[in-house]
Design a protein around this ligand. Structure first.
Ligand SMILES: [Ca+2]
Length: 137
């Protein structure tokens, strides 16, 4: 019986060691508090800016907002957000190519000609940490 208990204790410890990270995203410099901000967490290059691993929305107060992604497995990620001023859930563009709403990516990644690159925006999270990401719009 003791062996079994030790086994489960070990298993539980293992689960805790494999436990998840948090990614805390602080966003600043919104031009106003209108609408909401949509924040996407991406977990691979192929889905970057196409399909979020996780997505959350938040209100904006005093030109800032903060969201936390919880239960994020160890890995490489990138974050992007956009200020959904008209709150339609869509990142509005002029002519389908020029952003009409403010956005930002992790590491301050920006696109010169085209969207920001995964390689510029990616970061690693591991070891149960709470990763702090700051996005300046
Ligand atoms: Ca919009």
């Amino acid at each position: 019986m003791q062996t079994l208990i030790n086994y489960f204790a070990l298993l539980l410890t293992g689960m805790v060691l494999n436990a998840q990270n948090n990614v805390e995203v602080t966003m600043t410099n919104f031009s106003n508090d209108k609408g909401t901000v949509k924040v996407g967490l991406y977990n691979n290059e192929g889905d970057w800016l196409e399909k979020e691993f996780k997505i959350v929305g938040s209100k904006i107060e005093n030109n800032t907002a903060k969201v936390t992604f919880t239960n994020v497995p160890d890995g490489i990620y990138a974050v992007s957000c956009f200020h959904d001023q008209d709150n339609d859930g869509v990142f509005d563009m002029y002519l389908g190519m020029i952003p009409a709403e403010d956005y930002a990516c992790s590491n301050g990644a920006t696109g010169m000609f085209g969207p920001p690159k995964w390689s510029d925006a990616k970061f690693e999270t591991k070891n149960n940490e709470t990763k702090q990401i700051t996005l300046k719009l």
